[in-house]
Design a protein around this ligand. Structure first.
Ligand SMILES: Nc1ncnc2c1ncn2[C@@H]1O[C@H](COP(=O)(O)OP(=O)(O)O)[C@@H](O)[C@H]1O
Ligand SMILES: [Mg+2]
Length: 261
């Protein structure tokens, strides 16, 4: 299918400064079906961002192939939206013009761009900040802008790297709920990295657990909690606790002393 991601033995090595080769990612085999919402958890430095970089076409694998709809991903592809871990808003553009940037590239008229950007700003609680520049905004506000800049052009694949990391707990839950509503509407294929296991379960059809570096997939758990879900009350759902505790045991072991969130 058009939106299916296939990861066939994808591995990545980096050459360190001293000339030694560092394995960041052991061969990963994985299929994400079109419209599936998959989350990825694992200890810091295990290769999660590396995997997303490879899927986004920003980096090339050392081995294996990543395919979108059966075709190899060989460079940046507009069908794949990537919300990176660090916001990369242009400092010289207003928030509205940052959010509207992908529409500008697509040739959408100035009037429609502004209207659509303002609509998205409203959805994430940023009404009234369209004319502000990134340096005038808090980290959480910039990150909300960073997220909607990708959502606005409705890519069929969305890669998200700890997108809610810098947000406070309340905003985080609100944005989880918003993301689920958007996903239920247009059903993009999503691969979402998080260090928050509760978030990973609340959002996903499947939770993947990666081992410590070099990362490989240790567990691939289906989340059988019915949708639509209430992220604010996910703890109360019967299936949540057993799934959480099961994955947590393995995650804590990979992290070392149980220091994961
Ligand atoms: N460009 C690079 N050059 C050398 N090593 C890198 C590079 N990018 C990542 N690494 C190494 O690869 C490993 C995985 O990094 P990363 O994918 O960022 O981990 P995660 O996102 O899971 O925290 C780390 O050990 C990191 O130091
Ligand atoms: Mg990372």
């Amino acid at each position: 299918m058009a939106g299916r991601l296939s990861i066939e033995g994808v591995a990545k090595n980096f050459v360190a400064r001293d000339g030694r080769t560092v394995a960041a990612l052991d061969p990963v085999h994985l299929t994400i079906e079109a419209g599936e919402f998959v989350t990825l958890v694992g200890p810091s430095g295990c290769g999660k961002s590396t995997l997303l970089n490879l899927l986004s076409g920003l980096a090339a694998p050392s081995a294996g192939r990543a395919l979108l709809g059966g075709e190899e991903i060989e460079g940046v592809d507009r069908r794949i939206g990537y919300v990176t871990q660090q916001d990369n808003l242009f400092p010289w553009r207003t928030l509205r013009d940052n959010v509207a940037f992908p529409l500008e590239l697509a040739g959408v008229s100035a009037r429609e761009r502004a209207a659509r950007a303002d609509d998205w700003l409203a959805r994430v609680g940023l009404t009234g900040f369209g004319d502000a520049y990134p340096h005038e905004l808090s980290g959480g506000m910039r990150q909300r802008g960073n997220i909607i800049r990708t959502l606005i052009y409705e890519p069929s694949i969305i890669l998200m790297d700890e997108p809610f990391g810098p947000l406070d707990a309340q905003t985080r839950l609100t944005l989880q709920a918003l993301l689920l509503r958007i996903w239920e509407g247009s059903k993009p294929t999503v691969l979402f990295v998080t260090h928050d296991l509760t978030e990973a379960i609340a959002l996903a059809d499947r939770v993947l657990l990666m081992s410590g570096r070099p990362g490989r997939i240790l567990r691939d758990e289906r989340v059988l909690i019915p949708r639509p879900r209430d992220v604010f009350r996910i703890h109360d759902v019967g299936a949540f606790r057993a799934l959480h505790d099961g994955i947590w045991n393995d995650l804590a072991r990979e992290v070392g002393d149980g220091a994961a969130h």
